[in-house]
Design a protein around this ligand. Sequence first.
Ligand SMILES: Nc1ncnc2c1ncn2[C@@H]1O[C@H](COP(=O)(O)OP(=O)(O)OP(=O)(O)O)[C@@H](O)[C@H]1O
Length: 458
Amino acid sequence: MAHILVVDDDNGFREGLVETLVDLGHSVDEARSGEQALEMLESTGAPFTCMFLDFRLPGMDGLAVLDALRKTAKGQALPVVMLTGFASSDNTIGAMTLGAFDHLTKPVGRQAIQALLARIIASTGTSEAAANTSHPFSAESAGAKPRLLGVSETLREVQKQIGRAASSEATVLLTGETGTGKEVAARVLHDASRRSGKPFVAVNCAAIPAELLESELFGHVKGAFTGATADRPGCFATADGGTLLLDEIGDMPLPMQAKLLRVIQERQITPLGSNRVIPVDIRLVAATHRNLQTMVEAGEFREDLLYRLNIIPIALPPLRERLADILPLAEHFLAEVAKARSRELRLSLPAQHLLVGYAWPGNVRELRNAVERAGALAPGAMITAEDLGFLNGKPDLGEPLVGTGLLEMTLPDAVETLERALISHALTLASNNRADAARRLGISRQTLYAKLAALKIE
Ligand SMILES: Nc1ncnc2c1ncn2[C@@H]1O[C@H](COP(=O)(O)OP(=O)(O)OP(=O)(O)O)[C@@H](O)[C@H]1O
């Protein structure tokens, strides 16, 4: 049974709502104004489970009451359902910004009230929840140091490999699907190595147009090409003394691969437009989500370069192969959101089941984004499976590759539907970064722009 406060000056509506709530088995108190509600909240012995609050009230209006409530100790976390005769985007957004649990337009049916109360009780209950306020990495993740967090046997093995590699100077090749933590692993490696006080520079070979990559890596002198108005050092020079991560090395064009091979062998660079050779002292780390061996066989990647890069290979396993890491990581990301928003956030048991059962094609990045999204939008302290409902609409690895819907379409329609779905999915995974989305789709940015325009995707 919940203890509910109903605040409305409209006698007819208030009495009807109270009757329904009592009929559903709850105890109810009533207030006719915001001022009276705030007083009752202060003086009540039995704390309220939630409050139904009308927007239009004599004296303080609903939003002002909600605002005042959030500044009191007793009202800070109280779930509040705002009621309005006419929902507008302004009052909806205003209420949700102040942390209202939900926003309903009158009249409100009995079933809607029942469903809403079930959600409120689920989001505030503690019995079925992982109620501990500390998460597995609370001590480990303090401070700004990069951390490759995980408790699974597989990730522990990766942590050991990174530790061993850090004590050497050998080139490391990090492989793994997108979002598995390759860049984090490179940073951790740098941090644990003797070069930690020196620069760590990461360059994404897929995000830089082929014609600019050489200058980006090796630098250029003034006048080397149109637009080169001043000398500019490249990533190799900037990383001197430290570590250089060549991310998405599998996307490096073949002519550039030949130049990189020479630099790795000679440990010196020649900036574009200059004859001067500059020695560089860097620890090289390369990363890719592609299978370089297959690319070598297809003639798309130089075998001699792979041989040079693959001195210490470290594979980051996909999240679905290390289920033990899902909840500890989710709780870690949730604790970060909770801290940033100064509120308490927990995962309900059904939400935990949903997270563990999902296939995570975007791996830890997707998990982080999902938890951040749910944490930012959940109306209560408890993240429910419903708050993570957006994951259910996504393709699961267990689903058939081609849905029956597609099979019933004409070929042009099916191709367009598939293109649209793949592009939208890639944009979501890439947080709308188009260069990143193009890379995930395995197409050039120009092709992606053309498709976005043709499909009229905003
Ligand atoms: N083990 C981990 N512990 C903590 N955070 C992690 C871990 N793995 C990944 N992350 C987080 O997930 C996100 C993606 O990680 P990262 O950029 O290292 O992946 P990646 O494998 O390099 O992806 P891509 O191939 O798409 O570049 C980052 O926000 C990172 O902080």
